[in-house]
Design a protein around this ligand. Structure first.
Ligand SMILES: *[C@@H]1O[C@H](CO)[C@@H](O)[C@H](O)[C@H]1NC(C)=O
Ligand SMILES: *[C@@H]1O[C@H](CO)[C@@H](O)[C@H](O)[C@H]1NC(C)=O
Ligand SMILES: *[C@@H]1O[C@H](CO)[C@@H](O)[C@H](O)[C@H]1NC(C)=O
Ligand SMILES: *[C@@H]1O[C@H](CO)[C@@H](O)[C@H](O)[C@H]1NC(C)=O
Ligand SMILES: *[C@@H]1O[C@H](CO)[C@@H](O)[C@H](O)[C@H]1NC(C)=O
Ligand SMILES: *[C@@H]1O[C@H](CO)[C@@H](O)[C@H](O)[C@H]1NC(C)=O
Ligand SMILES: *[C@@H]1O[C@H](CO)[C@@H](O)[C@H](O)[C@H]1NC(C)=O
Length: 687
């Protein structure tokens, strides 16, 4: 970093501020120049220096100034221009690149959530290593010169499975999440008792980058409106983090939201998107906080997607117009998202009426899912430039993508063939069907098996009268695919067969609801199925650990005989497919990032070298390509692609392929007209 010194010294001196009761600020006073000089110093020495540097000057402080209506950092008026980045949606190898790009855009802070269910997948089993090393992420942000606005939940929404709450909370069937329910409180206390002491050293006043910490998230949009719960969390955070830390809440910019979302002792902030009447939105904040800094904690740069709904976009023009208005008012702002990233594996959430979010969380943000610079990025930078000095120097370039081309796939076993290998824990029998949680499985797929109790010589409706297929089920009779049941959409398939025929129902958890009162989202067959007028009973259930089977390479070739039974045209038995490709020689800088595309495939899950890339569903859209980060690819061995196709692979008559391309497609025409409740910037709760 040859130009660090230069850049640091190019900053204006930290003069006083103009304006009455307003925070019109210069870019990152003092702190930044110190940080910049430290950029070239190795990580270990950094902390020492910070502590040393601190002991030389005034103590580090960060607070709300109710007189001047602004934040105060080290005694000086301060305004943040921040961007959201979720470390859990970005490969660790790219954290630094993305943070640097954010810094170079002119941001002086970032905002991140901490998803509880990502770090405590089973009760008491914590994981903060590798991709989950949130402390390392905080250290990187600080090293780059970014402050941090931390949102540790316990509930985070975030279009993340169950809004970040661990599914194992549902082992108490009637638990009232996000309330004073003693079992919920006990679990949340235990988690926060682990997490908060870990982040305490990273608070600004303790030498770290964290300036503010959010308590809960948009609590005013939740039906419970339990002030005792908010008060409990407030006390807990205060006790764990100390009396100086600025704790805040965030709610929709309406007095109605703030009613149940804000309490004494937590600084109330709002969120709203482009096109909103900015002064009216801040009037709502003023209703709860007559004095103090104006803060938009989520200013939407784009918006979320759902399978089956059109890809959301927000124009740069609309965005920068509102951003300019916000900054002109001296308000603090966090751009949500600055980079969205990816819901790898099974981590996506869903909204009501049930609609799951896709694998990509691109969000039409200024940095794409893959971290690419966009026209929106530069448009934002231009606006920030009018208010704050922005850093000089090169912006890390967009990382190159490579089109590895088509990979021929061959069929492996079907899920039914491979059942023993997939079901590590064996079978569970029960008169009535059990849910995922009752079977001790959080994510993925479970196979439910029973038999036809009667002769069905004519098509007989097999139904879920209470809409209890959560979320999608692939129905087979004697190994023949006969149809699909889908939550809210298809509650009946017709079956024929003799009494005693085997009925297999592969149920997919497509992601738990993350917003509203439906977050107690049980998965699997959550109510009885009927055949004609009879309730189906006598179930055998197989928990499937497909990820482990893929990783261990357990899935075998399909046996040559017997031939597949003739299938009705629309479906085939859910099955695995595999193929491999080699990174070409002689091209510099390979492997590079790429996108996988599955033309003519329908719906399923894809792994590369055992890494779960996520769900694909081009048959519904709008997402067509899945982001494949280079770090999971190998130059030392062929790269293995494994696909679980749930409906029908295009492999019957011709050799079938998947394709690696250099260009993402997230906005294909959707094959559905399912209405979503969360329209652009609208967060109505279904009370
Ligand atoms: C913790 O999470 C990381 C993902 O970054 C994973 O590689 C590792 O296996 C996990 N550790 C345990 C003990 O599950
Ligand atoms: C925006 O809201 C303010 C009230 O805060 C109101 O005075 C103003 O007329 C509104 N502007 C527009 C364009 O609706
Ligand atoms: C089903 O039909 C067969 C004749 O095809 C008959 O033998 C059998 O008893 C029937 N079973 C039931 C349960 O009705
Ligand atoms: C099932 O069959 C009945 C009678 O043939 C038909 O009316 C109905 O539409 C079918 N239902 C489905 C879901 O295919
Ligand atoms: C299925 O029905 C039985 C009998 O009515 C009932 O006891 C049971 O709770 C139901 N199971 C589910 C999962 O709804
Ligand atoms: C792909 O699978 C083959 C065969 O199991 C194995 O030899 C190879 O190491 C795998 N490739 C990677 C990158 O793991
Ligand atoms: C998708 O986005 C690209 C790039 O912005 C655009 O060229 C294309 O027309 C869009 N396609 C659809 C179907 O909207």
């Amino acid at each position: 970093m040859a130009n660090c010194k230069q850049r640091g010294s190019a900053l204006p001196p930290s003069t006083g501020l103009e304006g009455e009761g307003n925070c019109r600020l210069h870019f990152l006073p003092k702190y930044l120049s110190r940080q910049n000089n430290l950029l070239s110093i190795a990580g270990g020495a950094l902390l020492l220096l910070l502590v040393f540097g601190q002991s030389l000057g005034a103590p580090r402080s960060f607070s709300v100034d109710y007189k001047s209506n602004c934040f105060r950092k080290d005694g000086e008026e301060f305004r943040y221009i921040s961007g959201s980045i979720h470390y859990n949606r970005i490969p660790r190898v790219y954290w630094k690149d993305r943070l640097l790009k954010m810094y170079m855009a002119g941001l002086n802070a970032i905002q991140t959530y901490i998803p509880w269910n990502y770090h405590e997948e089973s009760p008491g089993q914590y994981n903060f290593s590798g991709e989950k090393d949130v402390e390392y992420f905080l250290q990187l942000a600080q090293k780059i010169g970014l402050l941090v606005i931390l949102r540790p939940g316990p509930y985070i929404c975030a279009e993340w499975d169950m809004g970040g709450l661990p599914a194992w909370l549902l082992t108490k069937k009637d638990i009232v999440l996000r309330s004073s329910d003693p079992d919920y409180i006990a679990a949340a206390d235990k988690w926060m008792g682990k997490l908060l002491p870990m982040i305490k050293p990273y608070l600004y006043q303790n030498g770290g980058p964290i300036i503010t910490v959010q308590v809960e998230n948009e609590y005013g949009s939740y039906f419970a409106c339990d002030y005792n719960y908010l008060r409990h969390l407030s006390n807990l955070f205060r006790t764990q983090l100390g009396k100086e830390v600025v704790l805040f809440t965030t709610d929709g910019a309406g007095v109605g939201y703030l009613k149940c979302g804000s309490i004494q002792g937590l600084y109330a902030t709002v969120d709203f998107g482009p096109g909103t009447n900015v002064s009216a939105a801040f009037d709502a904040q003023r209703h709860a906080e007559p004095h103090g800094p104006l803060v938009n904690s989520e200013f939407y740069t784009g918006w979320l997607d759902h399978w089956g709904s059109r890809h959301s976009t927000v124009s740069s023009a609309a965005l920068v117009k509102s951003l300019n208005e916000i900054l002109a008012m001296g308000a603090n702002v966090n751009l949500y998202m600055f980079i969205g990233g990816t819901n790898f594996g099974y981590w996506n959430g869903a909204n009501e009426p049930y609609g799951a979010q896709p694998t990509s969380y691109d969000y039409d943000a200024p940095l794409t899912e893959a971290g690419d610079l966009t026209e929106k990025y530069f448009a934002i930078q231009e606006v920030i430039k009018m208010y704050h000095k922005i850093p000089e120097g090169p912006i890390p370039p967009t990382t190159p993508k490579y089109a590895y081309g088509a990979v021929v796939m061959k069929k492996l076993q079907t899920v039914l063939d491979a059942l023993e290998k997939l079901s590590f824990s064996g079978q569970v029998k029960s008169l009535y069907p059990l849910t995922f949680i009752e079977l001790n499985q959080a994510f993925g797929y479970i196979l439910y098996r029973t038999t036809l109790p009667v002769n069905c010589t004519t098509p007989t409706p097999l139904s879920s009268p209470l809409n209890g297929v959560h979320d999608r089920a692939y129905v087979l009779v004697d190994g023949m695919a006969v149809g699909i049941l889908e939550r809210n959409r298809a509650i009946t398939v017709n079956v024929t067969g003799k009494a005693g025929s085997q009925v297999d129902i592969l149920v997919e958890n497509m992601g738990r609801i993350n917003y509203g009162k439906g977050i107690n989202d049980f998965k699997g067959l959550v109510s009885n199925l009927t055949l004609g007028k009879d309730t189906l009973t006598g179930w055998t259930m197989y928990s499937l650990n497909i990820d482990e089977a893929v990783k261990q390479g357990l899935l075998g070739d399909r046996e040559a005989t017997p031939a597949d039974p003739p299938q009705p045209v629309a479906f085939s038995s859910p099955a695995f497919y595999s193929g491999s490709f080699i990174i070409p020689d002689g091209i510099p800088d390979l492997p590079q990032d790429t996108y996988i595309k599955l033309p003519k495939w329908k719906k399923g899950q894809v792994w590369i070298n055992g890494f779960n890339i996520g769900r694909y569903w081009p048959a519904r859209g709008p997402q067509v390509t899945l982001f494949v980060p280079a770090y999971i690819l190998s130059t030392a061995a062929p790269n293995n692609v494994t696909v679980l196709e749930l409906e029908e692979a295009p492999c019957n008559s011709e050799p079938c392929t998947v394709e690696f391309t250099a260009t993402p497609i997230l906005n294909a025409t959707v094959h559905s007209d399912y209405k979503q409740s969360r329209r652009l910037f609208v967060k109505e709760d279904l009370l």
